[in-house]
Design a protein around this ligand. Structure first.
Ligand code: GUN
Length: 282
């Protein structure tokens, strides 16, 4: 079977267009502040694309590029200032932070009503009980892709590779809330290959090029590749050996052009949600 390629770029463009139309109808335009500490080149690229997304959606955006030597107090002071701003609806502190800064303390300092990443323990708790205010961006983007293609996780075996706070854990929760039977695999899982091969929906979020080979893909499975790796040639790639997996899958996401653009679109959707919340609009 040759798989259908899920076009994240096209779906993200559609989502952003919907967000733009709703943002236009608000009394005040949504505002997003993006904070980048240090000079990680990959993070720099993400931040630049977020600015572009904001422009496309008609949002106000601010960018803070702080030196790697920024202290915990300076960062907390900035977050505190942004929490108090009436024109800023969402605050995103780009992770990972440089060594020496306490990530958890910073995430805890962000006003939960401005936590468009859905990283604050309050929002993680709301998500866990099935009453999320914001959608975690990457897993939320994956759910949108499944919905767009009429793929219902209910009753399906969903296998998630990776257990990060950003992707693996919230992905498992969203699939569980959609009535999937969820198995989480990680670096200490002995039978990861067999479990992956049993999946109706396989989500890989490990960050290891070539991890998912054809023998780990069940005939007709849906394969979602969340990873953003660079191969030896410096080319962007995911965890999945795309060509061989596509021979067996029913649906598959490419890297680039798959989950990545959806993550960014979900951030825009969350910023719109925050703006509605702050302006008392349903
Ligand atoms: N670093 C990698 N992915 C993300 C993300 O979704 N949000 C933030 N804040 N940092 C990240």
């Amino acid at each position: 079977m040759a798989a259908t390629r899920i076009d994240g770029k096209a779906l993200a463009a559609k989502l952003k267009e919907e967000v733009r139309a709703q943002a236009e109808a608000l009394p005040r335009r949504p505002g997003l502040a993006v904070v980048l500490v240090g000079d990680d080149p990959a993070s720099r690229v993400y931040v630049t694309s977020k600015r572009k997304d904001c422009e496309e959606c008609g949002f106000y955006s601010e960018e803070y590029a702080l030196p790697a030597a920024t202290t915990q107090k300076q960062l907390l002071d900035l977050v505190g200032e942004l929490n108090g701003r009436g024109d800023i609806d969402g605050i995103l502190v780009q992770l990972p932070l440089p060594r020496g800064l306490d990530e958890q303390e910073v995430l805890l300092a962000i006003d939960p009503a401005k936590d468009v990443d859905c990283f604050h323990p309050y929002n993680v708790g709301q998500l866990t009980i099935g009453a999320p205010v914001f959608q975690p961006c990457t897993p939320g983007g994956v759910m949108e892709m499944l919905k767009e293609h009429g793929i219902d996780p209910a009753g399906k075996r969903c296998v998630v590779l990776g257990r990060s706070n950003i992707v693996g854990k919230p992905m498992a929760l969203l699939l569980l809330h959609a009535h999937g039977t969820v198995v989480m695999c990680h670096s200490k899982t002995p039978d990861l290959k067999e479990l992956a091969a049993s999946a109706d929906i396989l989500v890989s979020a490990v960050g290891k090029t070539g991890l998912v080979t054809a023998d780990m893909v069940k005939e007709g499975a849906v394969v979602i590749d969340v990873a953003m790796n660079r191969n030896e040639a410096g080319k962007l790639c995911g965890d999945v050996c795309f060509d061989e997996a596509a021979e067996k899958a029913s649906y598959i996401t490419p890297v680039p052009g798959g989950v990545g653009p959806m993550t960014r679109a979900m951030l825009m959707k969350n910023t719109l949600t925050a703006a509605k919340l702050h302006q008392g609009v349903k």
